[in-house]
Design a protein around this ligand. Sequence first.
Ligand SMILES: NC(=O)C1=CN([C@@H]2O[C@H](COP(=O)(O)OP(=O)(O)OC[C@H]3O[C@@H](n4cnc5c(N)ncnc54)[C@H](OP(=O)(O)O)[C@@H]3O)[C@@H](O)[C@H]2O)C=CC1
Ligand SMILES: O=C(O)CCC(=O)C(=O)O
Length: 425
Amino acid sequence: MTVMVPSRTPALITPGQQALDSALHQLGQAAEHLGLDEGLRTMLATPRRSLTVSVPVRREDGRMDVVQGFRVQHNVSRGPAKGGIRFHPSTDIHEVTALAMWMTWKCALVGIPYGGAKGGVAVNPAELTTRELERLTRRYVNEILPLIGPEKDIPAPDVGTDEQTMAWIMDTYSVNAGYSVPGVVTGKPMTLGGSLGRAGATSRGVQIAALTALGRSPEGVRVAVQGFGKVGALAAQYLSDVGCTVVAVSDVGGAVHHAGGLDIADLRAHSAQTGGVSGYRHADAMSHDELFELDVDLLIPAALEGVITAANAPRVRARLIVEGANGPTTPEADEVLAANGTTVVPDILANAGGVIVSYLEWVQNMQAFSWSAAEVELKLRDLMQGAYGEVKSLAAEKGLTLRQAAHVIGVGRVAEAHQMRGLYP
Ligand SMILES: NC(=O)C1=CN([C@@H]2O[C@H](COP(=O)(O)OP(=O)(O)OC[C@H]3O[C@@H](n4cnc5c(N)ncnc54)[C@H](OP(=O)(O)O)[C@@H]3O)[C@@H](O)[C@H]2O)C=CC1
Ligand SMILES: O=C(O)CCC(=O)C(=O)O
């Protein structure tokens, strides 16, 4: 594909700005391929609504901390805004904007009737007690209350949040409404209207994407996973369950490696007991950087953005990368990987299982109805495999990478929605 893309800033300041720069670069490439006019490109590059809030949080010792929170609705042309809420100390408005933009293309790519959003609070949840976290979550929700709602903008879990956080969000919104509104948030506990299959949905989608991309028996396929949270740990588990050999995983505290394969269920139990993978007795410690350079067949980044860069991409030996995380590969790294013949299944396709089952949860909530685990799994599989097939065909037809093809499809569908709704009143 011949591309004219926005010039890239060499000296970037925050990881969030770097993520937004990557997202804009990817949009620029897709817009060029689609021949979108300047006005439409600007609309698609610009979030519809961005809210920055100050969130006071009363600490157990009586101290008052004030942290920043964000909710960005990137696009709502295809339906209500949808996307997770992240609690992480380095979150900023730029990162949340990039993540919201990726949600827009992701929902369009897999054909679910949503726009894209994301939220974040610049806080380290590991440093707060449960009571402090609850107070923080409720106050943040009160601050973003005018934006969210089951027909407007539906949050979900992301880094540092979980189904307990979603339960507090649902309760805070419902108390304000005066009645229970389960459809305001997805990724809820089952008892509050959660869906069977949502907890493992992103990882199940990663597994489906990985097995489809491999196109051969998973038996003996060697895997390394960066990030051992909600997405990474279950992706490792599901791949191990079908015969892959997961040789290394990492979390913030370190990486562990065992060439003969890790017992993922046992390692998950160790991590739950000790707070991390480090110190697991059936594996050796290795550095975070070494994990990316292991001689494996499949590498799954499942933590944060910008971890595969121009600096380490030349040393990546995996032939296949399946992006559990959002934005783990920079555009410069993409070029290196493509030149080296490494296939990258991009985030907006590979990790779409989460938002797909969130959509199914929301549909169930809106109809006060529930599907069985098997029904949810079937619908997830259909949507994932359908999207994968479309991306692969377009990539082959036009000579694009899977990321370029996925963006052309996602951006193209959103552009079409804008055009049909009438761009220039
Ligand atoms: N949850 C979901 O449904 C979806 C999530 N995603 C994306 O998947 C990624 C992970 O999200 P999720 O699993 O929910 O988040 P979690 O908070 O559950 O887990 C994040 C994991 O990443 C680890 N981590 C953070 N920084 C590093 C690092 N520098 N090196 C190694 N490990 C690191 C954390 O370690 P520690 O535990 O030690 O802090 C933790 O194990 C994010 O990019 C998210 O946007 C995408 C689609 C849906
Ligand atoms: O489940 C959802 O609604 C969104 C999940 C998410 O934040 C993501 O796909 O990045």
